[in-house]
Design a binder for this molecule. Structure first.
Ligand code: PMP
Length: 413
């Protein structure tokens, strides 16, 4: 593999070893030429039910018998139509429109464009965007602009647009909420974008559901659009289908990707309220929502999404989410008693803990060392700086989860 022309994502080729070659995937397991790995990070948080989940792979196979990509402007197809209906039924109330794209980042770009389009088309142009400190929404220029700035995007800073940053909501979030109220009162705030309950790439930082409720109320008072980026938190990660469900909150715009297809194949959707759709509905073609990507609503991906949505609609998931959350809690509590760790935290199926180190931050040297250590023990981890987290597919067994947490405990021990 050393002569590979592949330039890998978030990979420092000078220091990282050649990666194992994956041969097969099933359940929580990735089979490689170096042996079996337990996927403790759901392959960058996409795999929900398990790898190669039979109903989803079956749906892709069946769809591929009759369809491939077709242009989605001026044509439609059954998998996209059915999936949109299922999504509206599963989503928080009031989200009636579904715009397809192909990745988490594009779903966020679409959300930001919808928000600004809404304000422009209703004759009250607003373009300020509020964001949470330590947020992450993708790696395109627009999504980096609304995310936290740091070593991973310093080179591109000159191209990014300015946003209004709110402090991370500690405790009851009072400081964050009063800062937001003051900003929103200016009357020119178009939208707030946030990851509800768990800031993923920002270090698995978790906050209270009542903060979401507080933000919704402030949005309502000042007409600010609330964009929930559920790209990571959606499809059960936080213990409910959507993180917003914990607060009974409906955003104006919701972004979903990753678990939308159970993680098997790329697809994203941005859901919006009827008001936002109607702001773009006009005899005047200049009010069109001007966004597309070549692979919008790919039929194979939509078929996978539909198979996934039907699993959730069948209501069989809550018990499985509760079981994973309980297994995680037990193991997290056990490891939290060990001195090298601090700040144990959990929201639903996501558990995280920090290694006590002198130099924290994304480039903390401990991260790659722990990753290599876990790999040797058949566990796939990818620490965020000195934060170790376990975000498994929901099919993970107690024994597999033991092996994952043991690998972490051994490292520190
Ligand atoms: N939003 C959030 C909250 C994410 O966690 C991610 C990806 N980790 C993205 C957006 C971007 O998704 P993608 O990598 O599919 O573009």
């Amino acid at each position: 593999m050393t002569d590979s022309p592949v330039w890998r994502p978030f990979t420092q080729h000078a220091t990282e070893p050649e990666p194992p070659v994956v041969r097969r995937t099933h359940g929580a397991i990735i089979e490689t030429d170096h042996g079996l790995l337990i996927d403790a990070i759901s392959s960058w948080w996409v795999i929900t039910h398990g790898h190669s989940h039979p109903p989803i792979m079956q749906a892709i196979r069946e769809a591929s018998e009759t369809l491939d990509q077709v242009i989605f402007a001026g044509l439609t197809h059954e998998p996209a139509e059915s999936l949109a209906r299922e999504l509206v039924a599963l989503a928080p109330k009031g989200l009636t429109r579904v715009f397809y794209s192909d990745s988490g980042s594009t779903s966020v770009e679409v959300a930001l464009k919808m928000a600004l389009g809404f304000w422009r088309n209703t004759g009250r142009p607003r373009h300020r965007i509020a964001v949470l400190q330590d947020g992450y929404h993708g790696d395109t220029i627009g999504t980096m602009s609304v995310g936290e700035r740091g070593v991973f995007n310093a080179a591109y800073e000159p191209l990014m647009f300015a946003v209004d940053r709110l402090p991370f909501p500690e405790g009851d979030g009072a400081e964050t909420l009063s800062a937001f109220e003051a900003m929103a009162a200016g009357g020119d705030m178009a939208a707030i974008i946030l990851e509800p309950l768990v800031l993923g790439a920002g270090g698995m930082r978790m906050y209270d559901p009542q903060v979401l409720d507080g933000i919704r109320r402030i949005c309502d008072r000042h007409g600010v659009l609330m964009i929930a980026d559920e790209v990571m938190t959606g499809w059960g990660r936080t213990g409910r289908t959507w993180a917003c469900d914990h607060a009974g909150v409906s955003p104006d715009i919701l972004c979903t990707s990753k678990g939308l297809t159970g993680g098997a194949i790329p697809l994203a959707a941005t859901l919006a309220t009827e008001d936002i759709f109607q702001a773009h509905w006009s005899e005047d073609r200049s009010r069109t929502f001007f966004h597309s990507s070549s692979y919008t609503a790919n039929p194979l991906a939509c078929a996978a999404g539909l198979a996934n949505a039907r699993i959730w609609a069948a209501d069989g998931m809550q018990a499985q989410l509760d079981a994973v959350a309980a297994m995680q809690a037990e193991r997290l509590q056990a490891i939290a008693r060990g001195s090298p760790f601090t700040n144990a935290r959990q929201t639903g199926t996501i558990a995280a803990i920090d290694l006590r180190v002198d130099a924290a931050g994304y480039l903390a040297a401990v991260g790659p060392r722990l990753r290599a250590h876990a790999l040797d023990r058949g566990v796939l981890l990818r620490p965020l700086g000195n934060t170790v987290y376990v975000m498994p597919p929901y099919c993970i067994t107690a024994d597999q989860l033991d092996q994952v947490w043991q690998a972490i405990a051994d490292f520190a021990g």
